[in-house]
Design a protein around this ligand. Structure first.
Ligand SMILES: [Ca+2]
Ligand SMILES: [Ca+2]
Length: 487
């Protein structure tokens, strides 16, 4: 009896294995007509011939030796690249990979054209603006053509007139394949001045990998630009946008299906705005941030009179940040940043907010916030005056002031690092704080992309109003990024 059970279990397991293998099958056998074609282009640069774009290597890096390139010195107008498929073929998808590590402006407004055997135009697709590293067009139903041509921007405005293609694929239709939308987009209801997210939809087709599907969302039957993911999030919506239908067209080469439509309903916002949270930061002065729970009316949300602190504290300025996406509930909100004078660290505070409105015009009830202000940093250097031993000859950008502009990026190209001339011994940089200030910390960020030996053994010195030395520290050895002096 024991033996019988064991055998039966083994047989069952074998059947399951065979069934799942049969279901999984082999991937759909995709045919790339371009690999058997003949490529040409308007001119060759540095031996980077047209055939490199149909060599089966889609690397988008020049060093791969697999990228075509038309002439740079006398650019063609327009430059073109073309593959002759040898005869008319049925085409379901054209995919173009572009070089990415250089000169992306040259791809602006790229056009893909399919021509028949008599060179009559069968299809033409132009990419509006600057393409990413890959642009793909699906044709469903499939089209027939012999030549697939890529042309540069015409007339030339932002492009440099060069075509440099990593790879072009011309894919035969996926005949016999059916796309199933296994999870349709659902209807969405939101308050006005919020965004709506449709999907993600899920799709399947036998033997087809997920990466092969392409998505194009539509609003009331019209394609939405750059809405090409499995889900789509609208911009902030107005009441008048209510009732629109959203659907997604899912395509494979030569095959397409349209999802069911999902309706967007937008409710009138009758809820006054609330303060969701607050935070404290420093800078020139105390920055008190009020995070609202929704988008705010800029006029009332930045009116200083609507924010009243206790005696001695004044609001010097209010700026409105956002809208920002709250990812926990997929809603948009604004933050009011109050610059406050007259409050020091670690003291109690009271703030009354009233009269602020949301974008729909609902006025907040008066809100009182109180607590301990806690710790915040004030950077005295931001209001100081910077000088240095000399400026780099002929360079009016990298002056002393760039070290107190509030930015710590160490890359030269970020234009926020200083540079002295090359002959000072020793070179120096200094900030005058305007008057004696209490100092708890000095931090220095260095240039990061070059010449770190020039920071060897540097010294930080703090002087009083009579230039008497109060503190000095020399940092032995090499300093790569940031060094601080604790006082
Ligand atoms: Ca290639
Ligand atoms: Ca509201």
């Amino acid at each position: 009896m024991k033996t019988f059970h064991f055998l039966r279990f083994g047989a069952t397991a074998l059947v399951i294995f065979l069934t799942s293998a049969a279901l999984r099958g082999a991937p759909f056998p995709e045919v790339n007509h371009a690999r058997a074609g003949t490529a040409s282009q308007s001119s060759d640069h540095m031996g980077a011939v047209a055939a490199r774009a149909i060599d089966g290597n889609a690397s988008i890096l020049w060093a791969s030796g697999s990228i075509s390139h038309t002439e740079v010195n006398q650019p063609d107008d327009p430059p073109w690249w073309e593959v002759d498929l040898g005869g008319a073929k049925t085409i379901g998808r054209v995919s173009v990979w572009l070089r990415v590590e250089c000169c992306q402006n040259r791809n602006d407004g790229l056009t893909v054209i399919v021509l028949d055997e008599n060179r009559a135009e069968v299809a033409k697709r132009q990419h509006a603006g600057r393409p990413p590293s890959n642009i793909t067009y699906d044709f469903a139903p499939a089209i027939r053509g012999r030549y697939v041509r890529v042309e540069g921007q015409t007339p030339k405005t932002t492009s440099d007139g060069v075509l440099s293609l990593a790879e072009v694929e011309v894919i035969a239709p996926y005949d016999g394949v059916t796309i199933n939308v296994t999870k349709q987009p659902a209807a969405v209801t939101i308050p006005e001045n919020q965004l709506a997210t449709f999907g993600p939809v899920t799709v399947s087709a036998t033997d087809v990998a997920a990466a092969k599907f392409r998505y194009q969302w539509q609003k009331n039957g019209q394609d939405i630009q750059r809405a090409t993911g499995a889900s789509y999030t609208t911009p902030s919506q107005k009441l008048a946008d209510t009732g629109a239908d959203y659907a997604v067209k899912v395509t494979l080469p030569g095959v397409s299906v349209l999802s069911s439509a999902a309706k967007l309903t937008i409710d009138r916002d009758t809820n006054p705005p609330r303060v969701a949270s607050t935070s404290v930061g420093g800078g020139l002065t105390l920055k008190y941030s009020v995070n609202y729970n929704e988008q705010m009316d800029p006029a009332t949300a930045t009116n200083k009179a609507n924010y009243v602190f206790g005696a001695g504290a004044t609001v010097a300025d209010v700026s409105l940040i956002g809208p920002t996406l709250n990812t926990s509930n997929n809603t948009l909100y604004n933050t009011a940043v109050l610059s406050v004078n007259g409050i020091v660290e670690n003291t109690p505070y009271s703030l009354t907010i009233s009269g602020v409105k949301d974008l729909a015009g609902n006025t907040s009830t008066s809100t009182n916030l109180s607590g301990n202000i806690g710790l915040f940093e004030v950077n005295h250097a931001l209001t100081g005056t910077a000088t240095q031993s000399s400026n780099l000859a002929g360079n009016t950008t990298h002056t002393a002031v760039l070290a107190i502009d509030g930015k710590t990026d160490g890359a030269w190209g970020a234009n926020t690092t200083t540079h002295t001339g090359n002959a000072d011994d020793p070179p120096w940089w200094e900030v005058d704080l305007g008057s004696a200030k209490s100092i708890g910390r000095v931090s220095v960020w260095f240039r990061t992309d070059c010449c770190q030996n020039r920071n060897d053994d540097f010294s930080l010195i703090v002087l009083d109003a009579n230039r008497t030395e109060l503190a000095r520290r020399t940092y032995p050895g090499r300093t790569s990024t940031e060094r601080g002096l604790q006082l």
